[in-house]
Design a protein around this ligand. Structure first.
Ligand SMILES: Nc1nc2c([nH]c(=O)n2[C@H]2C[C@H](O)[C@@H](COP(=O)(O)OP(=O)(O)OP(=O)(O)O)O2)c(=O)[nH]1
Ligand SMILES: [Mg+2]
Length: 158
């Protein structure tokens, strides 16, 4: 009897956390048929040969949602193995530039704030993205609080 250890397919994915001016994030619901059907995700897709992750994210977002975005800083890279699939998700913070998002390749889209994300069912790998987002908000808040404190010190010193 020959034993083969099946290696699951590996998808390398660029993922966008897209913010609008109201501090909301865009999420989309995967179509009911297919892998992880019906779950919510951050939009994105496979990196094509010769493409940078930033180029991939920009292209996928235009194809999937018909909007132009600015791809900003890297948030987190996650390597996760599901039962029959391994994914590497490289996630970037992004800003909406132009257009109104359309559900061109998904079932539904929503703008939600950070605290609402927990109400939606995401694939397992996404809990790390959501924690990273919450962590980066805390860093931002601490920085703002620090700056406010510095300003207070500067103004009371003089
Ligand atoms: N875009 C995106 N994909 C995610 C997230 N979390 C997560 O586990 N994934 C998985 C689901 C998919 O297997 C893979 C994304 O690949 P994809 O969008 O190019 O491919 P797909 O499976 O939807 O469809 P196909 O093009 O292979 O037919 O990564 C996420 O937040 N966003
Ligand atoms: Mg996709």
């Amino acid at each position: 009897m020959s034993e083969t250890s099946a290696v699951p397919p590996h998808k390398i994915i660029g993922v966008a956390v897209i913010w609008n001016d109201q501090e909301q994030i865009l999420i989309d619901r995967r179509r009911p048929e297919g892998v992880m059907g019906g779950l919510w995700e951050f939009p994105g897709g496979k990196i094509e040969p010769g493409e940078t992750v930033e180029e991939c994210i920009q292209r996928e977002i235009y194809e999937e949602l018909g909007i132009e975005i600015e791809v900003r800083e890297h948030l987190i890279t996650i390597d996760h193995t599901y039962t029959h699939l391994r994914v590497t998700l490289t996630v970037h913070q992004c800003c909406l530039l132009t257009g109104i998002p359309q559900p061109l390749e998904c079932d539904e889209i929503r703008w939600v704030n950070l605290d609402e994300l927990e109400e939606f069912a995401f694939p397992q790998a996404n809990s790390q993205i959501i924690s990273a987002l919450k962590g980066s908000r805390r860093v931002g808040e601490a920085r703002e609080a620090g700056e406010a404190e510095e300003i207070k010190l500067l103004t009371t010193d003089n």
